[in-house]
Design a protein around this ligand. Structure first.
Ligand SMILES: [Zn+2]
Length: 343
């Protein structure tokens, strides 16, 4: 599957970073892009498109996604390496399907042959789409991969740099990223023998927080929208409350102003930022990604999304009655749209 155009990748990166970020490389440069990020410092981003891995049948377990590392100008059968000097360096992928970033460990790619596949499991992307932050157990006891929503990129950069400064590897690194789950932070254990149990407990705790939060939140939000999907107006028991700012992202809340009632289809598409809702309550479809998916994958029926581009969603009850909630919702919508790189 071909890659997203570099300009699109770069706009996703810029959207996910603070507004004051200054880029030193051109708007088409993503292998690498160099930038000064407020609160982080100089960062070198290597960013590729995450695509489903459709290599030879049976060769790999299903449900893998990958990026392919090829540096500009690198010839077949030649080796290359990621530059890691002079700036904090991260290796990222962006999934056109899931609308999330994935991070691998750049220092592990000091020498690579032409176009190696660097992989992650689909569950990781799925979890990050639904919650904003997901950590995979280390592969081959070594590499820890983290997937996150665009709004969590700055948090990822700080967390990753802290892990590198402390020399955390393998399960310690996994524990560190779990401990730094936004809105569910916890201290790291001090003894190595507690690590295994800690990781297990932490995973359960983070998952449980989400389930409890989702249940109550969904009931509140659905009522506020008369139990109908705010986009397509489908009014059935299957409508759900979607978080505007994901549960594992700074600024998230379980107040109704952070919610939109959606049918399951529109909920998944909204979580993956295939569309956002702007402060005027209009649907804004991520055209660049939808066009890409249409060209590269069967995407029949995508009109359930594109038909609503520019349409105004059904407003929640509080929109007219509670100015404070309306303002909070507008802030949440603007934040999400900006981070997703959709104006
Ligand atoms: Zn719907």
């Amino acid at each position: 599957m071909p890659a997203l155009p570099n300009g699109v990748l770069r706009s996703k990166l810029a959207g996910a970073l603070p507004e004051e970020t200054r880029f030193d490389t051109g708007p088409e440069d993503v292998h690498p892009a160099l930038a000064s990020v407020p609160g982080v410092g100089r960062v070198r981003f290597y960013l590729w498109t995450v695509t489903p891995d459709r290599s030879a049948k049976g060769a790999r377990p299903a449900g893998e996604h990958k990026i392919q590392l090829i540096l500009p100008g690198q010839k077949k059968r030649t080796k290359a390496s990621l530059e890691t000097q002079g700036a904090y360096t991260v290796l990222l992928g962006y999934s056109a399907e899931f609308g999330v970033f994935v991070a691998w460990e750049a220092p592990l790619y000091q020498q690579f042959a032409y176009s190696p596949n660097v992989q992650c499991r689909e569950e990781l992307l799925r979890e990050a789409r639904g919650t904003g932050w997901a950590v995979a157990p280390p592969r081959r006891a070594e590499e820890v991969r983290v997937a996150f929503s665009a709004g969590n990129l700055p948090h990822f950069l700080r967390t990753s740099r802290a892990a590198d400064e402390r020399g955390l590897k393998g399960q310690w690194r996994e524990a560190h990223f779990l401990a730094q789950t936004p809105n569910a932070k916890a201290p790291l254990p001090t003894r190595a023998k507690d690590l295994e149990e800690y990781v297990e407990k932490q995973r359960e705790r983070v998952a449980a927080t989400r389930l409890v939060r989702d249940g109550k939140f969904s009931a509140l939000v659905r009522k506020e929208y008369d139990y109908a999907c705010a986009v397509c107006t489908l009014q059935l028991e299957i409508t759900e409350g979607a978080h505007i700012i994901p549960v594992r992202e700074k600024g998230s809340s379980d107040k109704v102003w952070n919610g939109i009632a959606l049918c399951p289809n529109h909920h998944e598409l909204f979580d993956g930022t295939a569309f956002v809702v702007n402060p005027e309550l209009q649907v804004r479809v991520d055209r660049a990604r939808v066009d890409y998916l249409r060209e590269n994958d069967p995407a029949q029926g995508i009109e359930i999304l594109t038909d609503f581009d520019g349409e105004r969603i059904r407003a929640p009850r509080f929109w007219e009655s509670n100015a404070e909630y309306r303002e909070s919702m507008i802030r949440a919508l603007s934040h999400r749209a900006a981070a997703a790189g959709i104006a």
